[in-house]
Design a protein around this ligand. Structure first.
Ligand code: GLY
Length: 434
């Protein structure tokens, strides 16, 4: 058997808890850490050595603040492999820095490849033109109240109705709003403005496409191959019956059954996008995660992400039979297997528990009770996000607090569905000629 390796998962959400829980099952996993983690990840990780005061030799000056501490933590705890969960460190170039300045192996794309996610305008420009995207009605730079007035005037001239308003950059799941009329657009722009730096940001106005969302995830080795995970569906809007504002994600399930033809159509969009990036000298390595809307006119690519989805990951990983750590490492070593094994005819459903007020302002510090009872239940995982320990008590510490995932076998599946809902069809391992 190969030697065990010490692994560090970066992030503090339920996605990172799910990644850590899956990685911990691998016989390859030595010490496991999550940084900064939460009250849930603290229960499954190794005892970490404390950070000393002082500098971190070998780490470039670009890695400031939390990344300096992160890298010091990694060195001190002899981390050999890192998995970056959230999008912000990718946009900040953390992966590039780790690759340049340390011998630690890391899962994820470079800052340039991750730009697909951290600039929606750039992403529109990069991907092949034949891919259907929501129509871009208008875009404009926003940095003050005068900008809001000007955007509204332009939209009035185009007499748009329902419109999707998006910030170009990252916004922790709060950068997209569906607005029924221009009053709602104005209110949304005011909210965006509160969060923007003085230099402002580009805002995109897109037509609203209607249908069912599907999240696809592909492990991409950056050289020659791309392998899909099972399909998933996430639910982004808060409140019952999808009546609330867009959030980072309120729930998910996997697999999302799709017929094989449609799966291949989605795969083609993903593979061509990955190949185009490579042709533009931005080879993608990591988890490529396009979000689609299935409309009456076929699939529309809504967005592209450069990491695992949250809360999709919480539904996908409990269904994976293949060793997850081996798979992640194989991605970086251009050694992806022929296919990934999944628990057959099993589905997982995840529900996100949030603080009252989320995605707006919310109060934290409330005690969470009953966790032990749920954790003892069969086929249930509780993945922590915004939680902390205060005097031995788990308390809320963020907007999204917990993801509760339940999974079970079902027996009513036709043979064609079982092929199509899983990711293990040999025809779905793609060569990406670079
Ligand atoms: N669930 C959507 C996302 O992770 O961006």
């Amino acid at each position: 058997m190969s030697e065990r390796i010490n692994v560090l998962v970066v992030g503090s959400g339920a996605r990172e808890h799910a990644l850590a829980a899956a990685i911990r099952t691998s016989p390859l996993c030595g010490d496991l850490f999550v940084y900064p983690g939460n009250a849930g990840t603290a229960q499954i990780t190794s005892a970490a050595r404390e950070l000393p005061k002082g500098s971190a030799p070998g780490i470039s000056a670009n890695l400031y603040g939390q990344y300096r501490d992160l890298m010091r933590f990694a060195r001190l705890n002899k981390v050999e492999y890192m998995v970056i969960g959230p999008e912000q460190p990718l946009a900040d170039g953390l992966i590039d820095e780790i690759r340049q300045c340390t011998s630690i192996k890391v899962f994820g794309p470079s800052r340039n490849a991750a730009k697909l996610e951290w600039s929606k305008l750039w992403s529109r420009d990069q991907l092949p033109r034949w891919i259907k995207r929501p129509k871009l009605l208008m875009y404009g730079h926003l940095k003050n109240q005068a900008g809001i007035d000007s955007h509204i005037r332009c939209l009035q001239k185009r007499s748009v109705g329902k419109v999707v308003v998006k910030r170009d950059g990252l916004a922790q799941g709060k950068g997209v709003a569906i607005c029924a009329n221009l009053n709602q657009v104005r209110e949304q722009l005011v909210r965006f403005l509160e969060d923007l730096y003085e230099y402002g940001e580009w805002i995109l106005y897109e037509e609203c496409v209607v249908g069912e969302e599907v999240s696809m995830h592909y492990l991409v080795d950056g050289r020659c191959c791309c392998l899909p995970l099972i399909s998933a569906r996430d639910y982004k809007r808060a409140f019952d019956n999808d009546q609330g504002p867009n959030t980072g994600g309120m729930g998910s399930y996997a697999p999302r059954a799709l017929n094989f033809e449609l799966l291949q159509a989605l795969d083609e969009i993903a593979v061509c996008s990955i190949q185009t990036l490579s042709e533009h000298h931005n080879p993608f390595q990591g988890c490529f995660f396009p979000g689609f809307m299935l409309t009456d006119d076929g699939p529309v690519l809504l967005e592209v992400n450069a990491r695992f989805g949250d809360p999709e990951t919480q539904s996908i990983l409990p269904l994976m039979k293949t060793d997850p750590l081996e798979l992640l490492r194989a991605t970086g070593e251009q050694a992806l297997p022929a296919w990934i094994e999944w628990y057959p005819e099993t589905v997982a459903v995840s529900v996100v528990l949030v603080s009252a007020g989320y995605p707006g302002s919310h109060i934290t510090g409330h005690p969470i009770t009953g966790l032990e009872t749920v954790e003892r239940m069969e086929n249930i995982h509780v993945f922590h996000a915004g939680t902390a320990l205060a005097d031995g008590q788990v308390v809320t510490a963020g907007g999204r607090v917990l993801t509760v995932t339940a999974y079970r076998r079902y027996l009513c599946c036709s043979s064609s569905e079982s092929v199509c809902s899983g990711g293990q069809h040999p025809l779905r391992r793609y060569a990406v000629p670079y």
